[in-house]
Design a protein around this ligand. Structure first.
Ligand code: MN
Length: 715
């Protein structure tokens, strides 16, 4: 295990300005916090955070990252709290530790490989600071290095699978190839030990048969390049067992036919020499078609730059060659960290030290091109989404702001339609609660439930909205239909005629409708009267005045053009329904409103945020989706109520009434609710046109010096 001074020295070697004192304190803090805890390996637990810090130092990260590495398990596994960490190490470190702690709580369940992409997005979304991800990767790398000590085989497999599917991929995505290779190989060892064993054995056999083929190829490549006038550094290696295995799977070939298991790297001084080297190799050896890629002129989004080619090289071996400059090489191996270290080499005046973090975000945000991993590299994109789990562990990606109702519809329309409640992380929560990343959401359903019109106001997904609207439309049509039918039947009775549904069919044409149901709906909507229907069938006797049938198109046009509903300023109501404005919340045109149906009393209109609505929470069938038909009709006033606190001094009440009068508000009631030595609390009812009118009055009142506070009174 790395000792305290070794760690500090290593950090100071690349970052002389590192906060030595904080590093020392973090080291001591983690050793104390983990105390006598032990790892599965039998090592003291604190060896783990120290190793993680060591890995981060190897990546040449800033001291905040190293300190986070040291502290990353203290909140989850020891008595230390986030508050304590914030007190001792400051807000930045606390935020980073919190991020890593939260990440550690999400685990990919077994058998969910198809969810891997969503899961990678979840991790990225939760790593709002890229350093959180870097610490998590270092944490995972050390856990993988010590995976063999875990006794539970299922757990080992789960962790290895997660490493392969999630963390190795994320490492690649941010350009950390070394990290990716090691994570993959460690996971491969756990998941497919036999396959890995046989690949390694085969590689060893070939090596022996070929008699140190790699060094001979290196030597010849070096000589060839030298003859072409290029002084290059050539290195070579067998491909990793995992990449060989993957190629075997992908190409469906056996190991015998797999020829290019060696990769060589040519490192030169500058870009010109890269292309020169390529020319030399291509003119000296047969080129394998389709293998040339120019990532210098078109870098990968993670900043990887190199020339790739395949040739039948020395000793007739099919080999892969990567050509790059030294700087490109470091970036390829270390990813973001190398990028930063190059920036470090720049003059000190170049600005904030850890610019590369922002630059990385920049790369991720502005990457574009056809690369395979490009699709999801935009970190910012994930900030628009939340990722939530079902109790079984299935993962759903939803737009930010999504609620349990959106979640329910995402799982299944049927579940959405019958939702009555939701548990978020095991606790009952209101259906309008915005979901957070990593939430586990359990939807409570009831067969008797139907979508509530109120849901439409808070759902954010198109699917949920469409289903709810469709339901409301069907429900509304049903209401009109029932009402229309009742009106027609009543009209028949009043006219002394016998009612028979079938008998209506001949007159459908007259009313421009297709079916009897449509006729009922049009009557329910108030487009025709019941009497007109009766008279169409049974023309009135000559002494009565005949009623003219107004064709549907005309009726509709009429109701659309000139508002015939002056008396009813609310849309979404069945004509003739009694209407009240609730005395608890005093809704005004412009307020968002909802109607509550009370049997025998018609509809009461409340503002959407009225507390009284809680009483109707479990009778969604009584809720009506309504809206104001017009705003600011000067002929029609509504009563708004405000709560005012004024100073108990001469003239203050006068000032209040003067201001209201000046703004064309008419006080209809005034009630003193509380009177103390210094203040009056008053409820004032004011007749106004709409909510904007009231808001203007409130604003004017607030500006008056004798008035302490003014608010809209609610409930
Ligand atoms: Mn850990």
């Amino acid at each position: 295990m790395m000792r305290q001074f070794e760690l500090v020295e290593r950090v100071k070697s690349y970052d002389p300005a590192a906060d030595e004192d904080a590093l020392n304190r973090a080291y001591v803090f983690t050793v104390k916090a983990h105390g006598s805890q032990k790892r599965a390996s039998g090592d003291p637990y604190f060896s783990h955070p120290v190793e993680v810090a060591g890995i981060l130092a190897g990546m040449r990260l800033d001291s905040a990252s190293i300190i986070t590495g040291l502290l990353h398990d203290t909140v989850e596994d020891t008595l230390a709290t986030l508050d304590e960490i914030e007190r001792v190490f400051g807000a930045e470190i606390a935020r980073l530790v919190d991020g890593v702690t939260k990440l550690s709580r999400v685990e990919l369940q077994s058998g969910q490989t198809k969810q891997a992409e969503n899961f990678r997005k979840l991790v990225l979304a939760m790593s709002e600071d890229i350093r959180v991800l870097l610490v998590k990767l270092a944490d995972r790398l050390h856990n993988m290095r010590t995976l063999r000590f875990i006794k539970d085989a299922d757990k080992r497999r789960r962790i290895a699978r997660e490493t392969m599917d999630i963390y190795a991929q994320l490492a690649e995505r941010i350009g950390m190839h070394e990290m990716k290779d090691e994570l993959e190989d460690l996971a491969f060892t756990e998941l497919y030990p036999d396959a890995r064993g046989s690949i390694i054995a085969r590689l060893a056999f070939l090596r022996e048969k070929g008699g140190d083929l790699v060094p001979r190829v290196i030597a010849e490549l070096q000589k060839t390049l030298k003859e072409g006038g290029i002084d290059a550094q050539v290195s070579g290696r067998e491909k990793s067992p995992y990449s060989v295995w993957r190629k075997m799977q992908r190409k469906d070939v056996g190991f015998e036919q797999l020829s290019d298991i060696m990769a060589f790297r040519v490192v030169v001084d500058n870009v010109e020499q890269c292309y020169q080297s390529l020319g030399v190799l291509h003119s000296r050896y047969p080129v394998v078609p389709g293998r040339f890629k120019d990532y210098i002129s078109t870098p990968k989004p993670n900043q990887y730059r190199s020339l790739h080619t395949g040739v039948i090289g020395p000793e007739r071996q099919r080999i892969e060659v990567q050509i790059r400059t030294r700087e490109m090489h470091e970036v390829a191996e270390l990813g973001v960290a190398a990028h930063w270290s190059y920036k470090q080499g720049a003059p000190k005046t170049e600005g904030p030290q850890y610019r590369w973090l922002r630059e990385l975000l920049d790369i991720l945000e502005h990457a574009s091109g056809p690369e395979e991993f490009l699709e999801h590299t935009k970190l910012e994109m994930f900030q628009d989404q939340v990722f939530c789990f079902t109790p079984k562990g299935d993962l759903f990606a939803l737009p930010r702001g999504a609620t349990p109702v959106d979640f329910a519809y995402a799982v299944h329309s049927e579940i959405g339609d019958t939702t009555v409640g939701a548990k978020i992380n095991g606790r009952l929560a209101p259906l309008r609660t915005p979901l957070q990343n990593g939430d586990q959401v359990e939807i409570v359903t009831s067969k008797a439930q139907t979508p509530s019109p109120t849901w439409e106001r808070f759902v954010v997904t198109g699917k949920a909205r469409a289903r709810i609207r469709r339901f409301i439309r069907t429900q509304q049509r049903q209401q009109y239909l029932d009402l229309g039918k009742a009106i027609v039947q009543k009209a028949f009775r009043q006219e002394g005629q016998e009612f028979a549904e079938k008998a209506l069919e001949p007159v459908l044409k007259t009313f421009e409708v297709e079916t009897v149901e449509d006729l009922y709906v049009s009557v329910g909507e108030g487009l025709h009267t019941g009497r007109a229907v009766v008279h169409a069938l049974h023309p009135p006797k000559p002494d009565e005045k005949p009623r003219k049938v107004v064709p549907l198109s005309e009726a509709r046009g009429r109701s659309k053009g000139k508002p015939s509903d002056t008396a009813v300023p609310i849309r979404g109501l069945i004509p003739g329904m009694a209407l009240h404005f609730a005395g608890c919340c005093h809704p005004l045109p412009g307020d968002r409103i909802v109607g509550i149906v009370t049997t025998g009393k018609g509809v009461t209109i409340h503002t959407i945020d009225c507390e009284t609505l809680e009483n109707y929470a479990d009778t969604p069938e009584r809720w009506l989706d309504v809206a104001w038909s017009r705003q600011g009709d000067p002929d029609q006033t509504h009563v708004g109520r405000i709560a005012v606190t004024i100073g108990n001094e001469p003239g203050s009440l006068g000032a209040l009434t003067t201001i209201i009068g000046k703004h064309a508000g008419n006080i209809s009631n005034l009630k003193i609710t509380n009177r103390s030595q210094d203040f009056f609390e008053i409820l004032v009812d004011i007749e106004v046109q709409d909510v904007k009118h009231l808001t203007n009055i409130i604003a004017a009142l607030r500006a008056a010096p004798s008035i302490n506070s003014v608010d809209r009174a609610r409930g």
